[in-house]
Design a protein around this ligand. Sequence first.
Ligand SMILES: *Cc1c(COP(=O)(O)O)cnc(C)c1O
Length: 383
Amino acid sequence: MATEHVQVVSRNQVRIDCRALRHNFRCIAESVGSGVEVMAMVKGDAYGHGMAETAAVLAGCGCRNFGVAELVEAVALRQAGIAERIFVLLGFLPEEADQFVHHDLTPVVFLEQDIRALSRAAAEYGREIGVHLKVDCGMGRLGLLPGDVPSFIQRIAELPGIHLAGIMAHFPEADQRQAMSTPKIFSRYQELIAGLDKGFRGIRHIANSGATLYFPEMHCDMVRAGISLYGCYPDGGTGEDVAAGARLQPAMSFATRVAQVRELPAGSGISYGHTYTTTRPTRIAVLPVGYEDGYLRDLSNRGEVLIRGRRAQVRGRICMNLCMVDVTGIGGVEVGDEAVLLGRQGDEKITADEIAGWMGTISYEVLCLFGKNNSRIYTDETR
Ligand SMILES: *Cc1c(COP(=O)(O)O)cnc(C)c1O
C-alpha cells in the first residue's frame, strides 16, 4: 500500500538555517583575524542545533576546531566523519584514555590521574598526545589554581608520550562589558603564562563569545565561540553596538500548526487550574505544543507566538502537548495555519532572548530545550 511509504512528521518543527551558521562562523573568523583560530563549541548537541549536522556545516566552511563536553560526544563526532581537531573539555575516566589515541582527540586536563592515564595510553600505542591544561583563573569552576600549574606542567614534562600543547581558562562575566572580573582574570592568566620558567609556545585560549565580541585584546591564539555561532549575543542584546559581530543571524526557528480554533464566551476558564479566564468573547487557537516540546510551563500566561504575522498571547497553563493562544484580534486564523514560537513570520519576530526573558533564563537554555525536544530540519545544507 502506498501509505506505507508516506513519512509521517511532527507538526512541531525546529528549522536550522545552515546559511546562518556559516554566516556566523565567517563573521567571527573575520572579526578575530587570520592569526587567531576559532573553536566551535558544539556541546549540548550544538546548543540544540544538532552536533553532527552543525559540525559538518562548519567544517565545510573552514572550521578546524570543535569543542565538546564529554568523550562520548567526541567519539560520535568522529563516527559522523568529522576529521578536524576535537577538544574534550570536561575530563574522562582513566580507563577511557586510549580513546584519545584511537580517535585522535585532544584532551583538556586538570587532574594528575588524567595525565598519568594519557601517558600510559600513549606509551601503549607508541603515540604522542598533546594535552591542553585547564586553569581556573577566577571562573570558580573546573581547573587547577594558578599556583598549582608549574608543578603540574613539570609532571607533564616528566611523563612519556604526552606534552603540553595548550593552556586555557574561562571567564565568568565576559558577556557583561563593564564587569571588573574580566580584565582581572585575563591579567592573572597572562601573568601565569609569562611566569612559566621554561616559557610557553603552545596555544593560549580563554575567550568565549563574550570576550570574542567585546574584548578583542583577549583573543590570544584561539577563541571558543558558542552562542554567537548560533546567532545570539551573549548579553542578550542585538549586537547593534558591536562593530565586529553586528551581523549575527539566528540559526534556529521553531514553528507548529494550529490544531483547532475555538470561540469561547466571556468567563471561560482556560486549561489546567483555570489560571486564565476570558473577559470577553474570545477566539482561541489551540497549538499542539507543550512542555514536552521544550515550551516550558514557565511560559504559561506569558509567552507569545506569531500567527498570520501578528503576536498572540499564551492563555492559561501550558500542558504537556498543548497550549492555547488568544487570536481574538487576528482575522482569519484557521486550522493548519503556521504558528511561530521562535523566529520570524511576516514583519514580526520572536527571539530566543525574548523567550528567555519570559522564562527567566538565557537564550542558551531556550535553544537547547527547543532543539533537543523536537525533530529538526536543515535548510540550505549545501553551499
Ligand atoms: C560553553 C563554553 C564556551 C562557549 O561559551 P559561549 O558563551 O556560548 O560562547 C567557551 N568555553 C568553555 C569552557 C565553555 O564551556
